[in-house]
Design a protein around this ligand. Structure first.
Ligand SMILES: [Zn+2]
Length: 182
């Protein structure tokens, strides 16, 4: 598979909240735990990084999975010219906790300040959901979803009512996300 873009910092990413959620769901479903890492099991570029298709404002583009993961977990936005590195040195890893960013100059903290936001990937990243600005759920809603699911309502019905995707409802009721909520 060819590399998407000429270098790993070439593609700017801007997901809508729904797009970020979709990407997040895809990355979780198509990856497996491997030690501390979460490793992409889909396509890989020649250089070893994971690759996935990503719909960006109607354009079909291919994205590196670590860049898509970082953007999806950080407000949906990753400007071009910003590199995303693995702290684990495991190129197909898509765990947001293992991804750090820097500008090419690496000391432009103003730029980083502006777009870095808390992670909303879910509890498997060790992060918590309400920190995310586009989070549609809160702890009360999560409790209500779980209670009503236990009482026989379907994940699809609950997803529709709470304005979240069905995979997202699955994560909630199976405690893959919001695991910190009792
Ligand atoms: Zn890793």
């Amino acid at each position: 598979m060819n590399n998407p873009g000429n270098d790993e910092k070439s593609t700017a990413i801007h997901f809508t909240p729904a797009g970020a959620e979709k990407m997040m769901a895809r990355l979780i479903l198509r990856s497996v735990d491997e030690g501390e890492c979460r490793v992409w099991i889909g396509g890989r570029a020649n250089n070893g990084y994971g690759v996935t298709g990503g719909g960006l404002t109607g354009k079909r583009v291919r994205l590196y999975t670590h860049r898509a993961a970082f953007a999806a977990a950080n407000g949906g936005y990753l400007p071009s010219g910003v590199v995303v590195r693995h702290t684990c040195d495991n190129r197909p890893c898509v765990k947001p906790d293992h991804l750090v960013s820097g500008t090419t100059a690496d000391n432009n903290t103003d730029t980083l300040e502006r777009w870095t936001s808390p992670v909303a990937w879910g509890s498997w990243t060790g992060q918590r959901g309400t920190a995310h600005r586009s989070s549609k759920l809160n702890e009360d809603k999560v409790r209500e979803i779980r209670r009503r699911y236990a009482n026989g309502e379907t994940q699809t019905e609950l997803a529709r009512e709470f304005g979240i995707s069905t995979p997202n409802a699955w994560y909630v009721v199976n405690r893959k996300t919001w695991a910190h909520v009792e």
